[in-house]
Design a protein around this ligand. Structure first.
Ligand SMILES: Nc1ncnc2c1ncn2[C@@H]1O[C@H](COP(=O)(O)OP(=O)(O)OP(=O)(O)O)[C@@H](O)[C@H]1O
Ligand SMILES: [Mg+2]
Length: 601
């Protein structure tokens, strides 16, 4: 799927990637009026700039022909016009900037938002295999690249093309085709050289970006694992690894800059060479009397004036290549198809009673390793089914499939008879509340994290949920109460507190179907008992899937399913399974012996 979108491996030889530029156009449509106004102002600015050397020529020619009293006879209008044109060239340019800035910034905002939304649309699998640090940098660089590209298209490339055209015409009319031809050749050589060298050095730019991403990702990952680093005293190891990344980055950057030196020097040589040729030509013509001194001054002024933006064009081309590479990555993200997608026109899930069925479900994360095989189970409406089994058996995977973080490879999952792939993800996820195995919190207040379950909930509702999740005591002991900030990923609250916050927000969401994945595993048996009571209370009217290691927490379930290596090996009530004397009975026996405190008696 990814291969078709050529963006990921855009050709280096194709010069500017027009596909990317075309895909930018829709972002400009929003401010069409402003865009045309900016283009108009740009044209005015260029006309004024190009007229300056022309006026200069007339002034010089006037002096050449006149005597001592020339000053008096120089038409005042000509001098005034010269000044006005100079000012106009700059002024219209500034005006154009002012008009256009809105267009570029808005486009940037729109693109950043689209990518952000798309990233949230992509499936869990994408995010698990992506480095968040690198992702953030891609977005940042991509949107900055867009702004740059848009700005410089309007502020530099188009005006320069216009200027070259105008100057060519003026030279043709004023001093003949030879000069026009020379200008074209000089400009062509210059552009060809710039493009060629820039293409060659693009690999260094990419390499530098890649290394930059790598070192950055490593730094973030290392800092996120701060505690682990300390546990094992591996600061040295970490900084050595970081330094290796930095060294690669340093090398890439150095190559990048060295190749830049080559480019700049080459460009300067071409500019100096072509101006010299033009001046030689002009000098000959003046000596022959075919041209006036004013013409020579004009030719010189044009050449200098022309190469000024062209000099800049070299820089801009480089930057644009870089921007394009960055935008390419950004749009590449946008073009990454979401593997879990709504069918066009998919209806919303209608939960009448809330019966959940897994029918012959098979699933694998990667093609070469099967995780679930032929799993069938039913959670009748309002019932509670527990899934138990050893670590890695696929219990959490079941929950992820029901929540449709992934699509099953075979079989189906239905809610009240509706295949969950046939309904909108939104409606499906609205109907399901999950207390995950590892809760991650937003770096905000407890109130914010609880209210996340239903952002428009009233403060009273939030407090009720907090109460139901037995968070009262904890919060009463906090100086800032509900407004305590939990730290990045919730690291400033204990594991049990985090779980209770997660429970509170699911209570607030109040969905008809619940999934508790080891929801009380971090609690001591006292708190666990209290919370289980609360959970059981809300679970009575709801369809509930409970995943647990501690069997004592699920002995009251309507049905217990024992999962081993992705297969259902036993099912029944607690009593039935004990009587059966199989895997469950053995597990129970084991836990009774080793965790008497948690036995629930
Ligand atoms: N994103 C993933 N990509 C590849 N393999 C995965 C992924 N997530 C889980 N697995 C593998 O799938 C298997 C089942 O994982 P799952 O999380 O469902 O186990 P579990 O039964 O919940 O275990 P535990 O009791 O330890 O939570 C594991 O062997 C795990 O390594
Ligand atoms: Mg699990």
């Amino acid at each position: 799927m990814r291969g078709h979108s050529g963006v990921h491996d855009a050709p280096l030889d194709g010069g500017v990637n027009w596909r990317i530029i075309r895909s930018l156009l829709p972002y400009l449509a929003e401010f069409r009026g402003r865009l045309f106004m900016a283009l108009g102002l740009m044209a005015l600015a260029k006309l004024a700039t190009v007229a300056v050397p022309l006026v200069l020529k007339y002034i010089v020619d006037h002096f050449e022909g006149a005597g001592a009293d020339a000053m008096i006879t120089v038409p005042l209008a000509l001098l005034l016009g010269y000044g006005l044109l100079r000012f106009g060239g700059t002024f219209f340019g500034e005006l154009r900037d002012a008009v256009f800035v809105r267009v570029a910034e808005r486009a940037m905002r729109r693109a950043a938002l689209r990518v952000f939304e798309h990233l949230h649309r992509l499936e869990l699998g994408f995010h698990l295999s992506r480095q968040t640090g690198a992702l953030a940098r891609d977005i940042e660089r991509g949107t900055a690249g867009m702004s740059f590209l848009l700005r410089f298209m309007v502020f530099n490339i188009l005006p320069t093309i216009l200027e070259i055209g105008l100057v060519a015409v003026i030279l043709l009319v004023a001093v003949g085709p030879l000069f026009m031809f020379t200008v074209f050749v000089a400009v062509a050589i210059y552009i060809a050289f710039s493009v060629w060298v820039t293409e060659w050095r693009t690999r260094f730019v990419r390499e530098a970006n890649l290394r930059d991403n790598e070192s950055n990702t490593h730094a973030i990952d290392s800092l996120l694992n701060y505690e682990t680093v300390k546990y094992f005293g591996n600061e040295r190891f970490e900084s050595d690894r970081y330094d290796r990344h930095l060294a690669a980055w340093e090398k890439a950057r150095t190559k990048n800059v060295l190749s830049l030196v080559l480019l700049n020097s080459g460009q300067a040589l071409i500019v100096a060479g072509s101006i010299t040729v033009m001046m030689l030509l002009a000098a000959r013509q003046v000596a022959d009397g075919a041209m006036t001194v004013g013409d020579l001054v004009m030719v010189n002024a044009y050449m200098i004036q022309l190469f000024m933006p062209l000099n800049f064009l070299g820089f801009v081309y480089r930057e644009i290549r870089q921007s394009l590479a960055n935008i390419e990555r950004l749009f590449g993200l946008l073009e990454t198809p979401a593997r879990v997608q709504d069918h066009p026109g998919a209806p919303d899930l209608v939960v009448r009673e809330g019966t959940v069925r897994f029918e012959g479900v098979e699933f694998r994360y990667q093609d070469n390793r099967s995780i679930l095989e032929d799993v069938s189970l039913e959670i009748p409406a309002g019932h509670k089914v527990a899934v138990v089994g050893p670590s890695g058996a696929g219990k959490s995977t079941l929950a992820r499939l029901l929540f449709r973080f992934y699509d099953v490879n075979a079989g189906r999952i239905t809610i009240d008879g509706q295949d969950i792939r046939e309904v909108t993800q939104d409606s499906l996820r609205r109907a399901i509340g999950v207390v995950p195995q590892d809760t991650v919190l937003f770096n905000d207040t407890i109130r914010y994290n609880v209210a996340y379950g239903q952002p428009d909930a009233s403060p009273e509702a939030v407090e009720r949920a907090v109460h139901l999740a037995h968070l009262d005591d904890f919060i009463a002991r906090l100086p800032d109460g509900l407004d305590t900030v939990v730290g990045e990923r919730g690291l400033k609250v204990s594991g049990g507190e985090k779980q209770r916050i997660a429970i509170a927000r699911v209570l607030l969401k109040n969905p008809p179907i619940l999934i508790f994945d080891e929801a009380t595993s971090s609690l001591d048996s006292g708190s666990e008992k209290a919370i289980l009571e609360a959970l059981n209370e809300i679970a009575t009217r709801r369809t509930t899937l409970v995943i647990a290691h501690r069997l004592s927490t699920v002995m009251d379930a309507d049905q217990i399913v024992v999962l081993e290596h992705g297969r259902v090996v036993e099912r029944g009530t607690h009593r039935e399974l004990l009587a059966h004397g199989g895997a469950y009975a053995r597990l129970w026996q084991h836990q009774q012996e080793h965790e008497p405190a948690a036995s629930g008696d």
